[in-house]
Design a binder for this molecule. Structure first.
Ligand code: FNR
Length: 186
């Protein structure tokens, strides 16, 4: 088997019953053996402030940056808040991108999944996030686009994805696995 690639999964919602967290966990289960997904928590990162990002930076910043650096790729799974990315996710982007010139995101292959109970599936958040990923120099998977609308109906009571979404998730994660294999740094 080819190398196993480690994927840091960043979930844009902090709430326990988050649909996006369930999606991230479902993707981790469906991932092929060549891809290992692990959620990297962002809820305890202090709001980014250059005044505190000095030597030594907050321990939570350092731990987060190290987890990102250890990963071969990054998968973002996020809701949309007011047609953009939730603040904790933007904060995680900012924290991981510093110190200047030492971004933990740089060059890592990535993908974005957005999900909402609404019809548009988080399209606005998905594309606002992509704008940052261009600047962070991350090769981002283009297809299949993953704006998952009606996401309140994706899971059964045990949190397992039902047939309305499972096929798509499998296709997505298999495609992402190939994307990571092609674009990950050796
Ligand atoms: C929302 N929600 C939302 N939904 C949407 O499709 N577009 C939007 O712009 C917004 N804006 C928004 C702002 C704020 C502050 C909240 C709290 C919620 C609804 C959102 O999609 C819904 O709560 C999801 O269930 C959130 O995702 P998780 O937490 O289930 O992963």
């Amino acid at each position: 088997m080819s190398k196993v690639h480690h994927v840091a999964v960043i979930v844009g919602s902090l709430r326990k019953a988050s649909i996006n967290r369930k999606l991230a966990l479902a993707l981790a289960e469906l991932a092929p053996p060549s891809l290992k997904l692990e959620i990297v928590e962002i809820g305890d990162l202090p709001l980014y402030n250059e005044d505190i990002d000095v030597s030594p930076p907050p321990a939570a910043y350092t731990a987060f940056r190290e987890k990102l650096k250890d990963a071969d790729a990054v998968l973002f799974v996020t809701p949309e808040y007011n047609r953009s990315v939730p603040a904790p996710l933007k904060n995680a982007i900012d924290v991981g991108s510093r110190p200047y010139g030492q971004s933990a995101y740089s060059g890592k292959p990535a993908a974005v999944v957005s999900a909402s109970p609404g019809a548009i599936g988080g399209f606005g958040a998905n594309h606002h996030l992509r704008q940052s990923l261009v600047f962070l120099d991350m090769p981002v998977l283009q297809q299949p686009e993953s704006y998952l609308g009606g996401a309140g109906n994706f899971f059964d009571e045990s949190g397992k994805p039902n047939d309305s979404i499972k096929g798509f998730l499998q296709k997505f994660i298999d495609t992402f696995a190939r994307w990571v294999e092609t674009n990950a740094k050796p």
